[in-house]
Unconditional design. Structure first.
Length: 555
């Protein structure tokens, strides 16, 4: 085996840094684990320190410790690896002022932070990265993800009904009215509402288009959100409102959005909210411009939507029964097309309030269930770099460990209970925004019939299906646990590719699950989840298959 020497130093980070004296006679350790948050945990024993240093080692003050591990090989080539970790605990013996410290990577800070008030993050549902960055910045101001390509949307998926029967004049102008002659157009509307209603200004006065003077049906006491697309020349002042009426047609409430200047785009979507007062039974919907308007100018409206308010304040988009269904929603008319209300039905059962960050819920508790649906983990490394990692992620470098060559000792364990299963059930229970207890179940089996099923119980809003499959597929490389001890070269990382050769066992190829550096012994214990690989298998070839010469038949 290669002979090397190892030295360790620790510093209390500050201005300037203060060196701490490590007691290397004690078994200090640093552990990196692919299945845990925090990703890195550390523990150090310190020699007697001055009172000023002991006072400064205060985890309540969010202090940090940098551990530097230096190796000098027999060839004289130095290797330095440092770990920038947060101070989580400090203990001091009264007899000799010896201190011990517990350290962790910054996922621990996400578990420290909990908002004092509910926070809706619905405006970030277009981007998982934007959502994660908002959570990181709230917990650790100024922190964000390193650049990356993984960025699926995290859409709120909520049942809703559009109460407007003919919301875009799909076939006729029934229920539409104006002071000026109406035109029904079928080309040039928004993509989701291609047909629309238009009027030409006579000049001078403003314009108004109304929908259903008899009224769209509403219920007293309920809160509604009204939205529509408006088209007009740039600079015109436009708005929408609702005349909420009782059974006799008396106007009880005139709900108007504050008129706004038309922007330069062809269509502009406006919305307004209101609560139907007592005795309310209907609402007449109106779109308007305020004068003066140049003679011959056009004013257009389409895509009316009147729905009960959902927990998502950004839920102002248009739909009707003809909207194409997706993996998340099914759209349908309750009656005839263009003459009945429309329903948007959630197909995946995702909690309505998934993106509502509740007061008292830690940043880690909030974001982890969402990430797991996409098969992702949020990891902070020893340099405080944050990344999203999926199952295909591999840390830089690769390890090759062989008994009698660079292994001090090793253990090979086969265990059916050792994290292996081929089916999973995930049960979510939580209280929704109305304090009603909800329960959803996500299940997945890799094979039929399956042979071992496990249960995960979560007290978090249901984020939709995905985690059960993620957990099952991640478990397939488990069941054979290989643990190897060697002298570290300080390139060892969790999630590295690894090849292990043990006496009496097939060659093991897999991924490092855990790396534990034992500083007092100059050793590292590498734990892997591996699969049996026959000698000569393509997985054992160096490089990638694309780098090979000839054809696969030549191998």
């Amino acid at each position: 085996m290669t002979v090397s020497t190892h030295t360790y130093r620790a510093f209390l980070v500050g201005a300037p840094d203060v060196e701490l004296q490590i007691d290397t006679d004690q078994d200090g350790e640093i552990t990196l684990d692919a299945g845990r948050a925090p990703h890195i945990l550390g523990a150090l024993a310190l020699k007697p320190q001055s009172m000023s240093i002991l006072d400064a080692l205060d985890p309540r003050a969010s202090r940090r410790v940098r551990v530097e591990c230096r190796m000098l090989s027999s060839t004289g080539v130095p290797t330095l690896r440092s770990f920038d970790l947060g101070l989580r605990r400090r203990g001091v013996t009264q007899a000799d002022a010896r201190a011990s410290v517990a350290l962790a990577s910054d996922e621990a800070l996400l578990d420290d932070y909990r908002p004092l008030l509910d926070r809706g993050l619905f405006e970030l549902q277009h981007s998982l990265r934007a959502l994660v960055n908002e959570v990181l910045d709230a917990a650790i101001p100024g922190v964000s993800l390193a650049p990356g390509l993984i960025d699926p949307p995290v859409r709120a998926v909520i049942n809703s009904t559009n109460l407007v029967r003919n919301p875009r004049a799909q076939y006729n102008l029934t229920d539409w009215a104006s002071w000026s002659p109406l035109l029904r157009e079928t080309i040039g509307g928004p993509l989701d509402a291609p047909s629309y209603v238009a009027v030409r200004a006579p000049g001078g006065a403003g314009m108004l288009i109304s929908y259903d003077s008899a009224g769209v049906r509403v219920q007293a006491g309920k809160r509604y959100r009204l939205s529509a697309y408006l088209g007009a020349d740039g600079g015109q002042i436009i708005g929408i409102d609702a005349l909420v009426k009782d059974k006799d047609g008396t106007v009880l409430l005139d709900v108007a959005e504050l008129p706004v200047a038309k922007d330069s785009t062809a269509w502009q979507r406006l919305h307004v909210e209101f609560t139907a007062p007592a005795d309310a039974v209907s609402a007449e919907l109106r779109a308007f411009t305020t004068g003066p308007v140049a003679s011959g100018s056009y004013f257009s409206v389409t895509g009316w939507r009147l729905s009960e308010v959902t927990v998502d304040p950004t839920d102002t988009g248009y739909f009707d029964g003809g909207t194409p269904s997706t993996l998340e929603y099914a759209y349908s008319w309750t009656g005839g097309a263009g003459v009945s209300t429309s329903v948007r039905a959630d197909l995946i059962g995702r909690a309505d309030d998934l993106l509502l960050w509740r007061a008292g819920v830690s940043a880690l508790e909030f974001i982890h269930p969402i990430l797991q649906v996409f098969g992702l983990r949020l990891v902070c490394d020893e340099h405080r770099v944050w990344t999203l990692r999926d199952e295909s992620y591999r840390a830089p470098g690769a390890l090759s460990i062989r008994y009698g060559v660079n292994m001090i000792e090793g253990e090979d364990t086969l265990d059916r209970q050792g994290g292996w299963f081929d089916a999973a059930v995930v049960r979510h229970t939580w209280r929704d925004e109305n304090n009603v207890e909800q329960e959803r179940t996500d299940a997945f089996a890799l094979n039929t019939p399956y042979t071992r099923c496990v249960l995960f119980e979560r007290t978090t809003p249901y984020p939709g299906p995905g985690f059960a499959e993620y957990a099952v597929r991640r478990a397939q490389g488990r069941g054979r646990d290989v643990s190897a001890v060697r002298v570290p070269d300080w390139t060892e990382r969790a999630e590295q590719a690894v090849t292990v050769m043990l006496d009496g066992a097939p060659i093991q190829v897999g991924v490092v699950q855990q790396v534990k550096f034992l500083l007092g012994r100059d050793e590292v214990t590498i734990s892997t989840r591996t699969t049996d690989t026959p000698a000569g298998a393509i997985d054992l070839l160096p490089g990638t298959i694309d780098a090979l010469t000839g054809t696969i038949n030549d191998l």
